[in-house]
Write a protein that binds this ligand. Structure first.
Ligand SMILES: Cc1cc2nc3c(=O)[nH]c(=O)nc-3n(C[C@H](O)[C@H](O)[C@H](O)COP(=O)(O)O)c2cc1C
Length: 393
């Protein structure tokens, strides 16, 4: 499609999304809007041809912009971050498997239409066993700061059921996707953590779910629970090393990426980069959300994403890239945190980042967020952004 035509179309879409947010979506609590969005995905996936329609919309909205990052060629610079395509929570593995095998339920709403619409996506985080996550309201927004906050608590169907679900659909899986695996919260012993993570990985490999990359989410619980970095070096090395070895044992050259927290010390970022380089991690995603008191109860923490995360994530990326360049490490840095418009993404790219991940932008810029941000960047035109900020004011 001609650039000007695409640009015009994206401007219109951006305008419609702002109006919809203002008039309709932001009048509902973030939790209800999120739940409705998931139900909409579920509904879409029941309709015939919805995936094909999404593929068509993708071709119209997204310009070709392939980039090499994390030992991969990505079709575009922006990847949907983990946390949306992770599926339902269950109380037990038996219940989760029953939902997949016997009830034939769509336990990961969005699994087909979102990659078709958005391009590269990361599924997960998945833990070894299913988790119901935290009860009640667990998602908030702060529209003024364009931020999100959540304490979903790693709700997910567990790696075995997720692998079975995706494996049953492996011929319809998208051409580029990642699988994000997290260490189960509460598993403290490092050898148990290794077993936990390897079992999760093995379920996906046995189900012939072969992603373009795996991400090991070390930002919960390891780094957040351990802000001073005690044992961080050896634990990270052991977990990543075992993960890569398991892939090698299967003769699979799937890159491992690792996701880390914001707010670590400069020393921790330096040590992590060295460990990643030594064990063969191909990219580090910086960062996950920033823990802050939740809006409803300041005695519990909830992770902040979007605008309020941006300065901390940018700082983490700056430190990681400085170390990469200083030591000539073969570890790419994937930016994640407050990529909301062309201008914020430009700041990461100016540091030397090649690709980024986004979550909150979907809330503030709509489903075509990645295409809009890419267009703003290509045009060096932050007009959309101005309209957007004015409409929020
Ligand atoms: C509701 C919600 C759930 C999330 N769940 C996960 C998750 O399961 N695993 C993970 O690695 N990151 C998760 N994240 C973090 C995002 O992937 C991303 O790192 C974070 O939101 C920062 O990006 P943003 O500033 O573009 O929102 C979640 C974020 C949100 C808002």
């Amino acid at each position: 499609m001609k650039t000007q035509l695409r640009d015009g179309l994206l401007r219109s879409i951006a305008g419609v999304c702002h109006t919809l947010n203002k008039q309709l979506i932001f009048r509902q609590p973030a939790q209800s809007a999120h739940d409705r969005a998931i139900e909409l995905l579920r509904l879409l996936e029941r309709l015939p041809l919805s995936t094909q329609c999404c593929q068509l919309l993708h071709r119209v909205a997204f310009a070709e912009a392939a980039v090499d990052a994390g030992s991969l060629r990505l079709s575009q610079r922006l990847i949907l971050a983990a946390g949306l395509l992770k599926g339902e929570g269950f109380a037990s593995e038996a219940e989760a498997l029953h939902a997949v095998i016997d009830a034939r339920r769509n336990i990961i709403p969005g699994w087909a239409v979102l990659p078709a619409l958005l391009g590269p996506v990361e599924f997960g985080s998945f833990t070894r066993h299913p988790r119901l996550g935290n009860p009640g309201t667990v998602i908030w927004r702060d529209a003024g700061a364009q931020s999100t906050q959540n304490r979903v608590g790693l709700r997910n169907p567990g790696a075995r059921a997720a692998a079975r679900f995706l494996g049953d659909r492996r011929h319809q899986l998208p051409p580029e996707f990642g699988i994000n695996i997290a260490v189960s919260p509460g598993v403290d012993d490092i050898d148990e953590q290794e077993r936990d993570v390897l079992e999760s990985l093995t379920f996906f490999l046995d189900a012939v779910v072969i992603p373009s990359w795996f991400t090991l989410n070390l930002s919960c619980p390891n780094t957040e629970d351990d802000p001073q970095g005690h044992q961080l070096e050896s634990e990270t090395g052991q977990l990543c090393g075992a993960f890569i070895e398991r892939l090698r044992d299967r003769d699979l050259d799937i890159p491992l990426w690792v996701k880390i927290s914001p707010g670590l010390t400069g020393d921790q970022y330096r040590v992590l980069m060295r460990v990643f380089h030594e064990v063969g991690v191909r990219a580090v995603i910086a960062t996950n959300t920033l823990a802050k008191p939740s809006p409803d109860d300041d005695s519990v923490q909830a992770g902040v994403g979007g605008g309020d995360l941006f300065p901390g994530a940018l700082d983490a990326v700056r430190q990681l890239l400085a170390e990469k360049n200083r030591m000539n490490y073969a570890v790419d840095v994937i930016a994640c945190g407050g990529i909301l418009d062309g201008a914020s993404f430009r700041q990461y790219l100016d540091l030397g980042v090649k690709a980024g991940q986004y979550w909150s932008a979907l809330v503030y810029r709509g489903p075509f967020a990645a295409a809009i941000i890419a267009a703003e960047l290509a045009e060096n035109d932050y007009e959309y952004e101005r309209i957007h900020r004015e409409s929020l004011a």
